[in-house]
Design a protein around this ligand. Structure first.
Ligand code: NOJ
Length: 567
């Protein structure tokens, strides 16, 4: 079968819309702001570049490599948390929000990074971890030594246990990382004490966002970093801030993990109070002359709930978490993109499209055929071809886009990390039943040789690099016109030239089963071939860029895609 996608009839996405959308003269959507259409590069600091040879990436390492991010074509960076932290969850366990972890550098290094980025025209988005802090945060330490019912304990969720001497958790709630969502404390005399709520690890006690002290403190955190020139925040697990005063059992089984996108409503997630907090943050951000961007990590159970976070006075955008989960299937992609786009417009906003993050399996591995025989580094593998095509599609969508470091190199999930080198709390809290997220967080390969391929001056890095990464290093790929890195550079350069800042429309053209044909404007189309046969393009179509070379002059190969301009 060779499908013909040359037809020109347009289907507006509004056919699928359940709710009214904003009109083009809406004040929020017409004013072009810097994050509209921006490409945001996610820097996972521990694994980006190491300047002081301790095997862990740091701020100075990032400063040295800023030109790489700029030349890739990014407009902004989202940097994983760099605050003081015991690092039990990669920095998502903060013990001081007003300073930088010595592992990463100093406050002066952070300022230098912000300034150097701005000189290059790169915006800086930090990661705000507000649902919880570290158990080493001074607040939590004093809560532990304060009595039941004290104002120190009011900043968290302390409850008495059930059963004899309160030795059972207050209820059956489960953590996202596995195990109970409650941890028992010890009193000063060594007897069992109250329990505290931790949605993630027990080193990450949840903060009580109904408490004005917590709210005012985070206003100051935002201002502290905005005043230093930071351009926005990615808001970590933000829906978890909303909690109801209801401590019923929810019917969890002992081995369950709480999954916000799967479970029915629970009192400890996505409760109404979160929206008041978001409006408050937006008011803090709006005081600044240059626009500050609030980008949510919002994982909720349905799209209507998501749209609520994108209301005019709340977040400007959210990451398209659902797209990190779709399989290689045309209908799934079409449905998910349409739904997310509509949700963002309903909420007066734009989506930030992303296919992966430091929490997800690498795209190349996700799309690989099960049991694939070829080496993961071979760009001819199914996974590589599909990942390249999927990025071509994601980069064609209206809105911002986010690329997790290493996706532009086609890095794959590393699965053979020795047991004693694994770090992710998920691995340990599930008694190793869940492998966790270490496999996508491996230090980047910069050079073809040398200790840790240019990541650090030493060979031993905090997570071990696999063999074979010299072949996919930045240096290797810069020398190869057909590499995934060069493809990303071409796509991003083209994207910034051909799409305007405030055009949020797209449509799906009729196409054969298994083919997606996305149209923007009068003569741009992105065609992705999910079928097992080549797809013929129209005679008047000019290929702007293709994810892999066309299989013949006028055919898009299997697992490939192309951006086309109608002549
Ligand atoms: C989401 C972050 O992306 C993830 O890495 C972290 O473990 C959890 N939130 C808890 O902060």
């Amino acid at each position: 079968m060779i499908a013909d996608v040359g037809a020109r009839e347009r289907i507006r996405t509004s056919i699928h819309r359940a709710s009214p959308i904003v009109t083009p003269d809406d004040e929020t959507t017409t004013s072009a702001t810097w994050w509209h259409r921006a490409v945001i590069y996610e820097v996972y600091l521990k694994s980006f570049a190491d300047s002081d040879n301790d095997g862990v990436g740091d701020i100075k390492g990032l400063i040295d490599r800023l030109p790489y991010i700029k030349e890739l074509g990014a407009d902004a960076m989202w940097i994983s948390p760099w605050f003081v932290s015991p690092m039990l969850d990669g920095g998502y366990d903060v013990s001081d929000y007003f300073d930088v972890s010595p592992l990463f550098g100093t406050l002066a290094d952070a300022q230098e990074l912000i300034d150097a980025s701005h000189r290059l025209g790169l915006r800086v988005v930090l990661d705000l971890v507000a649902n919880h802090c570290s158990s080493e945060h001074p607040w939590f330490q004093s809560a532990l030594t304060s009595p039941r019912g004290s104002k120190e304990r009011e900043l968290f969720y302390f409850r008495d246990g059930r059963g004899e001497n309160g030795l059972e958790p207050p209820n059956d709630w489960k953590s996202i990382f596995g195990g109970p969502a409650w941890t028992q404390t010890r009193n000063a005399d060594g007897t069992p004490g109250q329990w505290y709520f931790n949605l993630f690890d027990s080193s990450q006690p949840d903060l009580n966002w109904k408490n004005e002290t917590v709210r005012a403190y985070f206003d100051d955190v935002l201002r502290f970093w905005f005043d230093r020139g930071v351009d926005g925040f990615r808001l970590d697990s933000v829906a978890a801030i909303g909690k109801d005063d209801d401590y019923r059992d929810m019917g969890f089984a002992p081995d369950d993990l709480y999954r916000p996108d799967k479970w029915a409503p629970v009192p400890f997630f996505d409760a109404e109070g979160v929206h008041e907090v978001l409006r408050r943050w937006r008011r803090v951000a709006n005081v600044y002359e240059s626009e500050k961007f609030l980008l949510g990590e919002v994982v909720v159970r349905d799209i209507d709930r998501l749209a609520r976070y994108l209301r005019r006075d709340e977040l400007q955008s959210t990451l398209s978490f659902d797209l990190c989960k779709v399989s290689w299937d045309a209908d799934e992609f079409r449905h998910m993109i349409t739904t997310l786009h509509d949700a963002s417009l309903t909420g007066h906003s734009w989506m930030t499209w992303t296919l992966s993050s430091h929490d997800e399996m690498r795209t190349v591995s996700r799309f690989e055929d099960e049991g694939a025989a070829s080496a993961p580094g071979d760009v001819a593998t199914t996974g590589h071809r599909r990942a390249r095509a999927a990025y071509l599609l994601a980069m064609a969508l209206p809105g911002s886009a986010c690329i997790f470091q290493g996706e532009e190199l086609g890095l794959w999930e590393v699965t053979d990390i020795p047991d004693d080198r694994r770090q992710d709390p998920i691995y340990f809290r599930t008694a190793k039943r869940q492998i966790g997220r270490d496999g996508c967080r491996i230090p980047l390969p910069w050079e073809n040789d040398g200790p840790s391929l240019g990541f650090s001056g030493r060979a031993e890095t905090w997570l071990p690099q696999p063999s074979g990464w010299a072949d996919v290093s930045v240096a290797t790929q810069l020398d190869d016109e057909t590499s995934t890195l060069q493809l990303f550079r071409s796509i991003l350069a083209l994207r910034s030239r051909i799409f305007s800042d405030d055009n949020w429309e797209f449509s799906w053209e009729p196409s054969a089963t298994g083919v997606l044909a996305l149209r923007r404007g009068p003569n741009f189309r992105c065609v992705i071939n999910f079928t097992g046969e080549p797809v013929r393009i129209g005679d008047d179509d000019e290929v702007l860029v293709a994810s892999s070379p066309l299989s013949s002059d006028r055919e898009i190969g299997v697992n490939c895609g192309a951006w086309l301009r109608t002549r």
